[in-house]
Design a protein around this ligand. Structure first.
Ligand code: SF4
Ligand code: SF4
Length: 371
């Protein structure tokens, strides 16, 4: 397993085990199977495990705490995330941290993240004096290193990144999405400030692991036997300040494949990067609806999540995976958010800077997924 010097006193596996997508049985973590997956990863050199307060409805932290008891505390590093949306006053910071330490049955977290920051959440926790809490938690030895994960726009990211001397930051980066949210500019800012970057969603929720046949063929021509997932991981590895890549694994086969990939993973070379550039263009050219997700069309009076419907529909074509998108349409949207609720009032049309015929296009989505 490739290892990386994360901090002067931390030497981590480059692959981190993300504990948000364990296999489930009757809506609970399938503990036997999940244990088998964790055992395989641990015995093959994965020594960092990452969870969060809300994963698996709170069960991920509990289960991981039970699992890790059998290993020497110094043989692995652990991260979890403060659910900042639960904080209503200063005392809540430490109350939540203590609750998480108890659930995970440890004395300290090696890495602690402020979870899914965005503009409003950031402003709220600054008001409650988050910096004082961080300093106190470090001083008491409850956390060693502090970072945050992020889902909002570029400007807010720059503001948060410069507001504190962060020890690391967790970002969503992959070869399709590298311009969205904080964008590659966000990555560069951290690189300039020498703040290690961790990467989540390197496969865009698994989409980059199952590409259309013509795209996988392009990859196969160059590196026979290498999966599309390996190409995606290697693309992320071309960013030199990335110190850990997470994969939220759901099956033992995925764990095995990832352990093999990360055994001797190398960044893409210039020729290989050009091939990824072509594949990216091919994926983007399959976009059916040119929605930019600006959301100017919202709110819709009946609650249709217009851009989300379009994104799910586009994904089906971009990644040639109707089955997966159908699942997203069925379970990723609340009933009232689905395209079929559109009453064709037309109020969204003039708000759309792309001049999309939204009600007509929503009908297209319905006929693809429902009829
Ligand atoms: S046309 Fe449909 S999607 Fe647009 S605002 Fe009206 S109901 Fe909502
Ligand atoms: S306004 Fe148009 S481009 Fe923007 S999210 Fe709505 S449909 Fe998409």
């Amino acid at each position: 397993m490739k290892k990386v010097q994360m901090k002067s006193d931390v030497y981590n596996s480059f692959l981190g085990f993300g504990c948000m997508r364990f296999p489930t049985k009757n809506d609970k973590i399938d503990r036997n199977l999940a244990t088998e997956m964790l055992d395989y990863a641990y015995s093959h050199g994965v020594n960092h495990f990452d969870t969060a307060y809300p994963y698996h409805g709170g069960e991920s932290e509990l289960f991981l705490g039970e699992y890790l008891k059998k290993h020497d505390r110094k043989s692995f590093t652990l991260s979890t995330k403060l659910p900042v949306w639960e904080v209503e006053k200063y005392e809540d910071f430490e109350r939540l941290l203590d609750e998480q330490l108890a659930k995970l049955q440890v004395e300290y977290f090696d890495f602690y993240l402020l979870h899914a920051l965005g503009k409003e959440r950031w402003e709220k926790i600054v008001e409650f004096d988050i910096f004082k809490f961080i300093d106190e938690a470090k001083r008491k030895g409850k956390i060693r290193y502090i970072g945050f994960s992020y889902h909002d726009d570029k400007d807010t990211f720059q503001k948060i990144a410069k507001a504190y001397v962060w020890d690391f930051v967790l970002l969503q980066i992959n070869y399709i999405d590298y311009t969205s949210q904080q964008g590659i500019e966000g990555y560069k800012l951290l690189e300039d400030r020498n703040i290690p970057v961790w990467v989540m969603e390197p496969l865009k929720g698994g989409r980059l692991a199952t590409l259309a046949h013509d795209m996988t063929e392009m990859y196969q021509k160059v590196n026979k036997g290498d999966s599309a997932a390996k190409w995606a991981f290697r693309w992320v590895h071309t960013l030199p300040n990335v110190k850990m890549i997470f994969s939220g694994m759901s099956t033992l086969d995925q764990v095995k494949e990832n352990c093999e990939i990360f055994n001797d993973i190398t960044p893409l070379n210039d020729e290989e990067i050009k091939i990824v550039d072509k594949v990216r263009d091919m994926i983007r050219n399959r976009v059916k609806i040119a929605c930019t997700s600006c959301k100017y069309c919202l709110p819709c009076p009946v609650g249709v999540e217009i851009s989300k419907n379009f994104q799910i529909y586009n994904d089906a074509y971009m990644y040639s995976n109707k089955e997966r998108s159908l699942e997203d349409y069925k379970y990723g949207l609340k009933e009232e958010q689905k395209a079929l609720n559109c009453i064709e009032c037309g109020q969204c049309i003039e708000l759309c800077p792309q001049h999309l015929e939204i009600p007509t296009l929503l009908k297209e989505v319905v006929s693809y997924f429902v009829e």
